[in-house]
Design a binder for this molecule. Structure first.
Ligand SMILES: [Fe+2]
Length: 518
């Protein structure tokens, strides 16, 4: 079932293959330079974004695309290198510009711009904008991380996942933009790869399932034209990781869900999808893809208050299985050996009070059989039990404290204590999982559904379930972690109001989550 093929051979294939992947070195291009660009249409149709804050800077992002939805994926740009100037100011009117520079937007990277700014002050708000020719972008607001040695009073962030464009209006993103936050974390399914049209006048472009670099570029561009999403990006720095739909449903490393896609052609598709993802996200140069490989797992620090470990649960995993012997095979991995070691080493050396694992799929045991039997999903950590046990045992052995796992993928909200042995409620609680619902995937939703009833009946470590759309807002200080589940009653109309449907608290040094009565 699982294939192993030579990566170098595939790199060659990707380079020479039909998807037209060129040298992906930021700013480097064989194309001629347009020294004095004149755009006939606004090139900043996709908005602006910032991401991956450090104490001294952030990444600033935009992409020149005067006609973002043209089928060739070039966004209406000619094959020239175009200089783009960026400015960072202390004030929204740019009276006090503190940093500026020029990046080269190249056709090889879809005229995406990633400016890595340094020399800013820690834990400060800044404003930024881009300029190309006479055109000026919208203004973005961002914030640097606190200094490594600082003890910030509070960290406020929110996490989101599963934003399916045809399925609903991005109202949760609009409400998110109105929050007061230091950071937004996106846990994947930022786009969906299918041909869905929906009924809201938000049909996917291209209208087919996407495979080529041009396809993935158009799809990402379509999502980025959404005003609510643009607002949320322009308001806060984001830290993003992906799940499966950025490439293909339920893919595992080089194995497509579709048996008809052989690993070689699937890896060409993965290379196209990863490149378009990089081009549209505020990621650092360290994430520039190399053929079908892209390093996205990484760590972000908020002084001595919190560390985020952003994981990649797709690129290195073993293929899903239903074979009971394979399911128990300790050699099977969710993260791959390198990332697994990186994670446990990082957690055990953390300088932060709160150790956040920001990742894709449900980690808590999620049995759906209300009787004595077990009915477990195989695409999340329930299908990789020995790997989950290795992680939990490592957390206990290396004395990792205040572990909080934040999760997407499942299109519902759930809160669970993570038990070293889920079958023994008296066993040690190694951390807490906060599962966040989708932005739109699944449509309007409801407070409860069949899965929720089954989960709460069969899994004593689960404390809460809700199946409405929304996001999770977290407020963290040295003593208390608080998660507020923010939900809208529907996404089938653009005007739904947001409310807090439940709040949960974890106390520092005292494993186990508690509902907070508002
Ligand atoms: Fe999803």
């Amino acid at each position: 079932m699982s294939y192993r093929i030579d990566r170098r051979q595939l790199l060659t294939l990707a380079g020479a293959g039909g998807v037209g992947l060129a040298a992906t070195v930021a700013g480097v291009s064989a194309a001629p330079v347009m020294a004095d660009p004149k755009h006939h249409l606004d090139p900043f149709t996709l908005g602006v974004a910032s991401g991956d804050p450090l104490p001294d800077g952030v990444v600033l992002w935009t992409r020149l695309a005067p006609e973002p939805l043209v089928a060739d994926g070039l966004g209406g740009m000619s094959r020239h290198v175009v200089p783009v100037r960026w400015e960072v100011a202390e004030d929204e009117r740019f009276r006090h510009v503190v940093k500026h520079g020029v990046e080269r937007a190249t056709p090889e990277l879809g005229h995406a711009v990633h400016a890595e700014v340094h020399g800013l002050r820690p834990d400060r708000e800044y404003f930024y904008r881009f300029r190309s020719g006479t055109d000026v972008s919208p203004v973005g607001r961002t914030r640097t991380a606190p200094a490594a040695s600082a003890r910030p009073r509070e960290l406020a962030f929110a996490f989101v996942s599963c934003s399916n464009y045809p399925t609903g209006y991005f109202t949760p993103y609009r409400h998110l933009a109105a929050e007061s936050l230091d950071l937004v974390v996106h846990l994947g399914d930022y786009i969906y790869e299918g041909p869905a049209a929906g009924t809201l006048g938000r049909a996917h472009l291209p209208a087919t399932e996407i495979f080529s670099l041009a396809d993935y570029r158009v799809r990402h561009a379509q999502y980025k034209t959404d005003a609510d999403l643009q607002l949320a990006h322009a308001r806060f720095p984001w830290a993003v990781t992906w799940d499966d739909h950025e490439v293909e449903n339920n893919y595992a490393d080089e194995v497509s869900e579709d048996a008809a896609q052989d690993p070689e052609s699937f890896l060409r598709r993965r290379a196209a999808a990863y490149q378009a993802y990089y081009e549209h996200m505020p990621l650092r140069r360290s994430a520039v893809p190399h053929g079908p490989d892209m390093r996205i797992y990484r760590r972000l620090r908020y002084g001595r208050l919190a560390e985020f470990n952003l994981l990649d649960g797709r690129q290195y995993r073993d293929d899903q299985t239903t074979d009971p012997v394979e399911l128990d095979d300790p050699a099977r991995s969710m993260l791959g050996a390198d990332q697994e070691r990186w994670l446990i080493d990082g957690l055990s050396h953390s300088a932060g009070t709160w150790n956040i694992v920001a990742q894709q799929t449900v980690m808590a045991k999620a049995d759906r059989d209300p009787g004595p039997g077990e009915l477990l999903p195989n695409d999340n950590w329930n299908g990789y039990e020995p790997a989950r046990q290795r992680l939990f045992d490592g957390v206990v052995r290396r004395r990792v404290e205040n572990l909080v796992v934040i999760t997407g993928d499942a299109h519902c909200s759930m809160v669970a204590d993570l038990k070293q042995n889920f079958d023994d409620p008296a066993s040690r609680t190694v951390g807490t999982e906060f599962l966040g619902t989708s932005v739109t995937s699944g449509g309007d939703g409801a407070p409860m559904d069949t899965r929720g009833t089954e989960w709460l009946a069969s899994n004593p470590h689960m404390k809460f379930y809700d199946a409405r759309r929304g996001y999770v807002r977290c407020t963290v200080d040295n003593r208390t972690w608080r998660s507020d589940y923010r939900a809208v009653p529907r996404v089938s109309t653009p005007d739904a109001a947001v409310s807090t449907v439940a709040s949960f608290v974890v106390e520092e040094g005292r494993p186990g989550v508690h509902a907070e009565n508002a």
